[in-house]
Structures are given as structure tokens and as C-alpha cells.
Write a protein that binds this ligand. Structure first.
Ligand code: HQG
Length: 181
């Protein structure tokens, strides 16, 4: 597998579908690297331990973490699998956060606010440039500004994953700066 394909495959397994290769994650998202590689190979994928270690070390996005003993790996955020319920500390967000989306989702977001979809949290970023890249994955990017300070004051809980991604359960529309329309 190319490094990019390996990283995407590992993300899919560790966030969304560990059972598809017979892998069991613990509640904090950890899997043994040996079990991950063995499961992938048994499912016909050409994945090696070196590919896994490279996926952890490389990439602008720090998607994964190695355990202290170097034997296990987990995805830091973005899970939809019910096997994982990571406990994140609640912390106060900066006053303004950003969410990158696509213009085609704006009407629905205006009505419902930001919903986590299949993931366990809505993902927000502290900088606008990251939000543009996230939005481009879905189409014509639109960056929404989130009034995180006011949301937090109103009792909404925020977390920050180790890679800097901000997480919250949902963002009601009144905390979004939406374009007129
Ligand atoms: C949109 C990537 C309609 C939401 C990134 C987004 C991120 C709504 C899409 C991480 C909506 C969900 C997560 C509503 C939200 N109506 N659409 N009410 N509320 N949406 O991929 O935030 O490369 O599940 O705007 O960098 O795009 O995987 O979430 O467009 O950190 O490491 O529904 O994934 O990281 O899409 O991305 P996603 P996301 P990785």
C-alpha cells in the first residue's frame, strides 16, 4: 500500500470499522499493532508493521498515537465505532472556532446547526486555514465561524484532542455566524 492508502485504511479501521478485520479496540481506542496487521493481512490487505509506524510518524495531521511501550496504536479522534468512547477532559475553548463545510450543506446547517453525523463529535479547528482544507473534502468549501465563547458560557462542553482538533457534541444554529440567505 502507498503511505497515503495505508493511513486511510488504518483510519477507516481504527475509527469506523475494526470489526471488518476482526479487530477489537478498547474503550479508549487502542489496538495492538500486531493484531491490526494480522487482521489486515487475513482480510487480504497488504499492510506491514512498517506501514503502520510510518502512518503514525508522517502526515500533517497527527491522526494516531502510539502507546508508551510502542505495541499499540489508536486514532486520536473522529470515531464512529461504538467500541470506542474516549473520555476527553472538558476545557474552555478560545472565543472563536472554525468549522469547514461545503456550501451544499449550508441550508441544512442553518436549520439544524452542526450535527456530528456518524461521528461522536462535531469537529472544529482553531485556525481558518485548517477549516478550509476540511471543507474542501466535501465540495466547495465554506468556513463557518462558531461563537465558542458564548456557547461555553451557555454550558456547552468542549474538548481538545491531542492533535489540536476541537470537539463538541453539536453546535445549535444560534452560535453560528451564517451568511445571509
Ligand atoms: C456536515 C478529517 C448537513 C459537516 C477532518 C461536514 C476533520 C451537516 C459533514 C475530521 C450538518 C460531516 C472531521 C447538518 C454538519 N446538515 N450537513 N446539520 N452538520 N454537517 O467528515 O468535520 O482526514 O464526518 O459540515 O480534518 O468534515 O479524517 O466531518 O461537512 O478533522 O483525519 O456534515 O475528519 O480528518 O463530515 O471532518 P465528516 P468533518 P481526517
Amino acid at each position: 500500500m502507498t503511505p497515503e492508502d495505508a493511513s486511510k485504511f488504518i483510519a477507516y479501521i481504527l475509527r469506523h470499522a475494526p470489526e471488518s478485520i476482526g479487530l477489537r479496540l478498547d474503550a479508549q481506542g487502542w489496538a495492538g499493532i500486531e493484531a491490526l496487521v494480522a487482521g489486515a493481512v487475513a482480510a487480504g490487505r497488504d499492510l506491514t508493521t512498517a506501514d503502520v509506524l510510518q502512518a503514525v510518524a508522517s502526515g500533517a495531521k497527527k491522526r494516531y498515537e502510539l502507546s508508551a511501550d510502542g505495541l499499540s496504536i489508536r486514532a486520536l479522534q473522529g470515531h464512529s465505532t461504538p467500541q470506542v468512547s474516549r473520555s476527553f477532559e472538558a476545557i474552555a475553548p478560545p472565543p472563536l472556532l472554525f468549522h469547514g463545510t461545503a456550501t451544499r450543506f449550508l441550508a441544512s446547517i442553518r436549520a439544524q446547526g452542526l450535527l456530528p453525523g456518524s461521528r461522536q463529535h462535531v469537529h472544529l479547528s482553531a485556525d481558518e486555514a485548517t477549516a478550509v482544507l476540511v471543507g474542501q473534502r466535501h465540495g466547495k468549501a465554506h468556513v463557518l465561524r462558531v461563537d465558542a465563547g458564548r456557547m461555553h458560557a451557555a454550558g456547552h462542553v468542549f474538548h481538545r484532542a491531542e492533535n489540536g482538533v476541537w470537539l463538541t457534541a453539536a453546535v445549535p444554529p444560534e452560535f453560528l455566524f451564517l451568511p445571509p440567505g
